[in-house]
Design a protein around this ligand. Structure first.
Ligand code: MG
Ligand code: ZN
Length: 367
């Protein structure tokens, strides 16, 4: 009953910031030996632009014990794309979603622009349900790599069109403007609804049904920043997605992106960055709580790259005070931490390539 109560609590919260718009008994569920005994569920949390100093910031500026301390396997990845040293989010997410290094800007295509099967396509054949939740537009580079195949990340109209027939069962984030009231006049909402999606249902009216798919496009483009009162969107919709998957009795792969950690880095705005990190940290706790309660789940937290050359330096030589600061406004080449726990977490050891995240997940779900 714990999860049902959570849903009701947040359903009662005001959701005016949004522009558009019977829980299983877990113990009995597990004892009956259902789906969850066969294959491993995967929750992949990507903090866009989240290097080690960004992770460290919640240890000094957070309001609660950091979620990162709950992981038992920590490793490092090299995130360089083909030819260059520093990746963008498109190449970085293609590495995670498709298991191949590619060029910056590529969405689900290889260095020769050939489409590469992504992990949603691979797992949906095995009966997995899939979901994406993002604080950017759902058509932005990171989420797009999990369902779309286009040559350039800027092709967001095409990316939106590809979600209609994709293997995505649940999506939440911004990006309504790429789906309707478009310059070309095309409205993707009727197409989504025809394909089984319930769109933008207000949470207070929502009764989840395993037979349906759900889309929530809650802003024209990006979601608001935490400084602009985005509130608990990321953790609330993570809870909602997990409830949907649990009720569906399907195995699942859920990708959750803290998109704006990157944007705060580009802006060299440490206050913005820390608030986005705290929101992401809270969402990681939701994923970890789920994995602890239900078991049979692999939780991975990592990033596509670091942004801003962020560091927690001393404030004028005072070792009792930290001055969060940046070295530039772009991405950096630093190795990126990977946190893993749950089923198959022991595979995530050492220093390896970003593409190995994909292969390690495939290994875990194939066992
Ligand atoms: Mg991103
Ligand atoms: Zn960036």
């Amino acid at each position: 009953m714990k999860r049902l109560i959570k849903i009701y609590l947040f359903a009662l919260l005001p959701i005016s910031v949004f522009v558009s718009c019977n829980t299983m008994d877990s113990e009995a569920d597990t004892k009956e030996g259902n789906y969850s005994d066969k294959q491993v569920n995967v929750i992949l949390l990507i903090g866009d632009g989240m290097g080690l100093s960004q992770v460290s910031s919640v240890y000094y500026f957070g309001d609660q014990p950091p979620s990162f301390s709950r992981f038992n396997e920590i490793s490092l990845i090299n995130v360089s794309p083909v030819k260059l040293k520093i990746t963008d989010s498109a190449s970085g997410a293609t590495a995670f979603a498709c298991g191949e290094k590619t060029y910056n800007g590529a969405i689900g295509v290889d260095a020769d622009t050939n489409e590469i099967p992504n992990i949603f396509e691979i797992l949906s054949v095995k009966g997995y349900k899939t979901g994406i939740i993002s604080t950017s537009s759902v058509t932005h580079a990171t989420p797009a790599c999990f369902y779309a195949h286009v040559e350039k990340r800027s092709m967001q109209c095409e990316i939106a069109e590809q979600i209609v027939d994709s293997d995505v069962d649940f999506f939440a984030g911004g990006g309504e403007g790429w789906f309707r009231n478009r310059k070309d006049g095309r409205d993707l909402y009727p197409e989504l609804i025809h394909n089984g999606f319930t769109m933008d249902e207000p949470l207070e009216n929502l009764t989840l049904s395993p037979e349906k798919k759900y889309g929530f496009l809650l802003a024209k483009k990006a979601m608001p920043t935490m400084l602009e009162d985005r509130g608990a969107f990321l953790s609330n919709y993570t809870n909602l997605a997990l409830d949907y998957f649990t009720q569906s009795k399907s195995n699942f792969f859920l990708m959750i992106e803290g998109s704006q950690i990157d944007w705060a880095g580009h802006d060299n705005n440490s206050e913005y960055l820390i608030e986005e990190m705290k929101d992401f940290d809270e969402t990681i706790n939701v994923a970890l709580d789920y994995a602890e309660q239900y078991g049979n789940t692999l939780v991975i937290v990592t990033a596509d790259h670091e942004t801003g050359g962020f560091t927690l330096s001393t404030n004028d030589g005072d070792y009792g005070d930290i001055k969060p600061s940046f070295s530039n406004g772009g991405h950096s080449a630093t190795l990126i931490p990977v946190f893993a726990t749950g089923n198959g977490a022991e595979n995530f050891k050492g220093v390896y390539e970003n593409t190995d995240i994909f292969h390690k997940i495939i290994d875990v779900v194939s066992n």
